[in-house]
Design a protein around this ligand. Structure first.
Ligand code: NAP
Length: 243
């Protein structure tokens, strides 16, 4: 079954980042009303907003997603503006490339908060609105590190395992209410995250953010009775310890 995405509403985190911007642009081009939720880098977020507004209505809500009060008030503002939320994409995240013995308590708390606690409680805030949609979908951007153990990725890997655990649990908890829950687990995607954490890598053989946006579109556009739970995409020149 093909789904018409025009005038549906998507709430997306991390829209100023590489993957988030590509997803926002792809879905805005389908006519989806787009909420750019959270973000501290206004320059990047505004750039995404400018592109999105060429296609569709956009609400930009900058802010720190680790602030739980911002999560709940932001979701309410989004619903006040557009009246509904059909799709939630938990994309914001951060990585840390560090030897296990160097990971601090602060690092642990930060990565667990951004990569696991934020998607958990944002989803909790959005679920009541998704229950009113006939195409309710949650897509979590996890990582190949949520499946395998790469050296120097202990806390990033632990946080993405946590995200995938939540994904699997709520996928079975909510399927009877017609809410689809998916994960996309990419290998190395050429964004600032990789450019900063692995400056030795070049774009050669890396996944491009637009390829992840195409997978998001696939999940949303092909809503039928054949459910795909997760898509794992490795880069061509697969090698150990990539984000
Ligand atoms: N790049 C890869 O190789 C790769 C591979 C697998 C999975 N992923 C996952 O894909 C997702 C997107 O990553 P990316 O590669 O596009 O990285 P990116 O360009 O660094 O984007 C990350 C985004 O997350 C946002 N973010 C982080 N902490 C936040 C906070 N506390 N509050 C609000 N926003 C916050 C950032 O916003 P601000 O900077 O404005 O705060 C930024 O927009 C992440 O979940 C990442 O783990 C990436």
């Amino acid at each position: 079954m093909k789904t018409n995405l025009e005038n549906r509403t998507v709430l997306l985190t991390g829209a100023g980042g590489g993957i988030g911007q590509a997803i926002a642009v792809k879905l805005a081009a389908q006519g989806m009303k787009t909420i750019l939720f959270g973000g501290n880098n206004l320059e990047k977020l505004n750039k995404t907003r400018e592109i999105v507004e060429k296609h569709t209505s956009c609400l930009m809500l900058p802010g720190d997603l680790t602030d739980m009060e911002f999560l709940s008030s932001g979701v309410k503002k989004a619903v006040e503006k557009f009246g509904s939320i059909d799709v939630l994409i938990n994309n914001a995240g951060m990585t840390l490339n560090a030897p296990f013995e160097k990971v601090t308590v602060e690092d642990f708390d930060k990565l667990m908060t951004v990569n696991a606690k934020v998607p958990f409680f944002l989803t909790q805030n959005v679920i009541p609105y998704l229950k009113n949609s006939d195409m309710a979908t949650i897509i979590n951007i996890a990582s190949v590190v949520g499946h395998s153990g790469y050296p120097f990725q202990s806390i990033y890997s632990a946080s993405k395992h946590a995200m995938l655990g939540m994904t699997k649990s709520i996928a079975s908890e909510y399927y009877k209410e017609n809410i689809r829950v998916h994960a996309i687990s990419p290998g190395g995607v050429y964004t600032d995250m990789v450019k900063i954490s692995r400056p030795d890598l070049t774009p050669d053989g890396m996944i491009m953010p637009e390829e992840i946006a195409d997978i998001v579109f696939f999940f949303l556009a092909n809503r039928g009775n054949a459910v795909v739970d997760e898509i794992i995409v490795h880069r061509v020149n697969k090698e150990p310890f990539l984000v």
